[in-house]
Design a binder for this molecule. Sequence first.
Ligand code: AMP
Ligand code: TRP
Length: 338
Amino acid sequence: MSQKIILSGMQPTNNLHLGNYLGALKNWVNLQKEGAKCLYSVVDLHAITLPQDPDSLRRSTREITAAYIAAGVDPERSIIFPQSAVAGHSQLMWLLATMTQVGKLNRMTQFKDKSGKNAEKSGLGLYAYPVLMAADILIYKATHVPVGEDQKQHLELAREIASTFNHRYGEEFFVPPEPYIMGEATRVMSLRDGTQKMSKSDPSDMSRITLVDSADTIAKKIRKAKTDTEPLPETIEGLKERPEAQNLVAIYAALLDRTSEDILNEIAGKQFSEFKPMLVDVAIAHLEPITKRMAELMGDVSEIDTILRQGAEKANALANPVVKDAMELMGFLNVSQK
Ligand code: AMP
Ligand code: TRP
């Protein structure tokens, strides 16, 4: 098989949380070791599908970049860039939008969640969001997209759009991307309610651990996390119908790069009063260095800006020829060519 090309992104909105880290970012770091070409974008154009204050958007774009680097994404090995700095993403999105059925967009659960009861008043961008995401991926002919479980449906749509294009223009031009949903914590749940996804937009700050929380805050949030009264079970089966317990075990396992099964072998029979302090220690040991490095990087944003500029140059060099070729296939006259 030809070289693996990995692409993923996160929106610069609010602080990253443990779900973003375990569901996506930690896997991005591991994938760099496999020798694939890795592109990690800060998807600012996706962020504005909900209104953003300009100063906050600027700050978050740098902060997310700092989080990528602090977590271990290496700008020497991976291309880190702001989505908006590669105009081809928006350009390709339009081309792909013309071959995306609205019926398919209507089925996207993220749109339904984000638009809420007032879908009629939500912006066209929020609705078309998955088409831009497809463009982000297809423009690099990415083969694998490491994301959390919640992005699976968007990935499926990207595959369908790729096939529609290829079928219509009679060439295997775009590569249908494979989702890479990895690790023990592909869907980290809220610390307050094990049936709800941990999310940036949950009004309760106690529901999530973020990459800017201090050690004390992490400890407090874990101590107060909702649990049940039973001791921890011996098998995975025993975690069924116990969403909070299942979540805390999965978090612990993912932080240590082990399986929940393996962890249960060690902690079966313990009460949460014993297990929670173990989780606190592991979470702090893992997250504190990331938080510190992020703060250092944010202390001098010029380094971040340089990394983003250089990343954007490399990304443009890859993306622009693909847009040009796609347009040629579609029959656009290339007037700049003799
Ligand atoms: P977002 O915050 O929506 O930009 O998401 C960035 C990445 O984090 C995506 O790959 C998501 O799938 C992943 N992600 C977000 N929330 C969670 C969660 N609660 N559990 C696991 N992965 C998540
Ligand atoms: N939709 C993704 C999310 O909310 C972010 C995203 C945008 C993305 N473009 C992407 C993820 C391309 C992977 C690949 O998490």
